[in-house]
Every structure is written in C-alpha cells, then in structure tokens.
Write a protein that binds this ligand. Structure first.
Ligand SMILES: Cc1ncc(COP(=O)(O)O)c(C=O)c1O
Length: 361
C-alpha cells in the first residue's frame, strides 16, 4: 500500500480534469478502487461509492445532506461524536429533533426499541455497526428493515467493521453506509467513503469542479460527481485500491474468523487477571475486534502509557470520541483502554499482551 502511494505521488495527475496520460492514470486508480469497494461490499453500481476524506466527512455528508427542518432522527447511545456532533448542530440550527435510544449495559441496542422510537416524521435512523469502544455489534439488519418499513432512511457507521466484518449491501437493506479507508480497509489516512443507495436523495455539502458538465453552473446530479467536488486524494485512493485488492484476495470472512479467535484468547486471558474490569458483550461472536478494559483503579492513560513504554504495545486510552458509549458502559468520564487485534496480529502477540497486562496489574 505504501509503495502504491509513493508511486502515485510521483505521477499524480488530476483525475477527470484532462485527457493527458497522468490524468488518465489517476482516473483509472480512482475507478479501480471504486470498483473494488463495490465488489467488497456487494453493490452492483460502483458509482454510488463517493470518496471522502474520512468517515467523519462521509457521516456529515449523509446527515446534513438528508435532513431538513422538521425532520426527526433516531439514533443510539453508543454513537461516535462524528454522528452526535453533526446531529447536535442540526438540532440547534436546523430544526431537527433526535431521539437517542439507550443501549443495554453491554453496549448493545435493542432493534425493537429503535423501531418503537420511529415516528411519522422520522427521516433518518443512524446507527453504528459496531461500537468503537466495546466492539458491540448492533442489529443493523433489523434496524434498517424497521426504518425502511416506516419510510425512513438508514445510515450505518461502519468505521469499526468495514474490512473486518463481512457487509453485503445486496442483502442488507441499508441506505447509506460510511467508513474510513484507514481502519479495517487498511488504506492510508485521508481516505474514506459514503455509499448512497440509488434513489436516496442527498444534497451535496460541497459543490464545485467535477471535471464533468463544466458548461453548467449546476452541480451534476449523477454519481459519484454529485457528491465529489474538487481535486480528490487520488494518491491516497491509489493506496486504498491496493489494500482493497489484498482484502478481496484474503476474504473478509477469513479475517473475521481470525480476529474472532484472537479476541476469544484475549477475553479469556483478561478474565483470568484479578482486578481487571472488562466492558462490552465479551463474546467474540457479538463483537468487532476490540476489547475495552481497565486495570484496577489505574487511570486508563497510565495503563496505556505503561503498555507502550514498557512493552511496546500501542493501544488507545480515554473516551475514544464516544462519551455516550462510555456513559452507556458505566466507564465515563475516565474511559477505558481499548485493544484491537487486527488481521496481522499473531497469537504470540496476544500472549505477550496478556503477560504485559498481568505485570501492570
Ligand atoms: C465508530 C466510528 N465512527 C466514526 C469514526 C470517525 O472516523 P474518521 O476518523 O475516519 O473520521 C470513528 C473513528 O475512529 C469510529 O470509530
């Protein structure tokens, strides 16, 4: 992936803006990465995948592009700030109302409770696929179905699952799906996407040059140009394309299997350490690859610092940009330490991590 980025930066032409060789090469990189996204997520039409800078940009585009005054939104108590903050802005400035459905103490929301919160004016149901704090997987299929039945659109934040839990949009009735390129998709930072199902009306947040219909000062209404204005991060997207090829070859189902095995060892090992508190469903079948914990009364930042400085283990400590997620788990305001095995993590590394946690304890 790094090689692809380096190679792309040496020959970066502005895609779709010229007919010269470098512009065409960049355009091909973009097209190829888009096609791979469609393949990975089971969508027929790759043009419905709009490249963004990250998941936050995708979520903002979805939320602000779908909602208008008088609309109602249903969301959950385990969302990331990249959903909660745009919603807060919409409440305060755009006349939107929001119902936050509380998840259980394990961080899982009940699909029935979400369905019951949908009203006549509900335009959007926004739910995270899996919590980035506890890993808890949410019943997105049932939630998306309930939204569709009620005539509302569903938005899934797949930041913690894209590339590590299979998502098949040909079978999942989700209308909008947002993800970053740099997490489970293994791409570079500064990449991400928003998938918009055909027929879902989204007003662009940013309008401008697309290299298409240049004679007209109206934003094109066809995808991806409708939501993709300005020079894209073609260098980063070239890198993302290579990561997507790797994921397609490896298979997300195999990655999921491996991460579940590692998570199982991690949970079982951590359960045996006295004084360690674990948060979330604590069941690899119900969790994305993330485990939140605390060691005794130690500040999570202190635990994280010791893990790095004494054992070379890099984790994230604190509130993980999801204060509501922590309130739900009872870990607010200190937060937790989160450890997340990935596709390249080994069993030996899990054993080293457990030994480190025991020593810190
Ligand atoms: C659940 C969730 N949503 C959204 C985001 C925002 O992603 P990005 O930093 O790519 O904007 C994250 C980032 O960690 C996340 O975990």
């Amino acid at each position: 992936m790094a090689e692809a980025v380096a190679s792309a930066i040496r020959r970066a032409g502005n895609p779709g803006r010229s007919g010269h060789a470098l512009s065409l090469r960049s355009a091909r990189d973009l097209f190829s990465a888009r096609e791979k996204l469609a393949e990975l997520f089971g969508a027929k039409d790759s043009s419905r995948f709009v490249f963004t800078e990250n998941a936050t940009a995708a979520l903002n585009q979805a939320i602000k592009g779908v909602l208008s005054a008088g609309d109602h939104v249903v969301t959950t108590s385990v969302e990331h700030n990249s959903v909660m903050r745009p919603l807060r802005r919409m409440i305060e400035t755009a006349g939107v109302t929001v119902t936050v459905v509380p998840a259980g103490p394990d961080g899982v929301v009940d699909a029935g409770a979400v369905a019951a919160a949908i009203r006549r004016k509900t335009r959007l149901v926004a739910v995270v696929h899996a919590s980035n704090v506890s890993g808890a997987i949410q019943p997105v299929r049932e939630i998306a179905r309930a939204a569709r039945r009620a005539g509302a659109y569903s938005l899934v934040d797949a930041a913690q699952t894209a590339g590590s839990i299979p998502i098949d949009l040909s079978d999942l009735p989700v209308d909008l799906l947002a993800a970053p390129g740099h997490k489970g998709l293994l791409g570079p930072q500064g990449t991400g996407f928003l998938y918009v199902r055909e027929g879902v009306p989204v007003v662009p947040l940013i309008e401008g040059g697309t290299g298409s219909r240049s004679e007209n000062d109206h934003q094109p209404d066809f995808y991806p140009d409708a939501l993709e204005s300005g020079t894209p991060n073609s260098v980063g997207i070239a890198g993302l394309g290579v990561s997507l090829s790797w994921l397609l070859r490896r298979g997300v189902d195999r990655i999921r299997e491996k991460e579940m095995e590692l998570l199982e060892e991690l949970i079982e090992g951590m359960r045996k350490i006295p004084g360690v508190t674990l948060f979330g469903p604590l069941d690899p079948g119900r969790c994305a690859s993330a485990l939140s914990f605390r060691v005794g009364g130690m500040d999570p930042a202190e635990t994280g610092g010791r893990l790095e400085n004494r054992f070379g283990v890099l984790v994230r400590a604190g509130l993980h940009c999801s204060p509501n997620g922590h309130r739900t788990l009872g870990s607010f305001p200190e937060g937790t330490v989160r450890v997340s095995p990935g596709p390249f993590t080994t069993r030996k590394e899990i054993a080293l991590f457990l030994a480190a946690a025991r020593k810190i304890r």
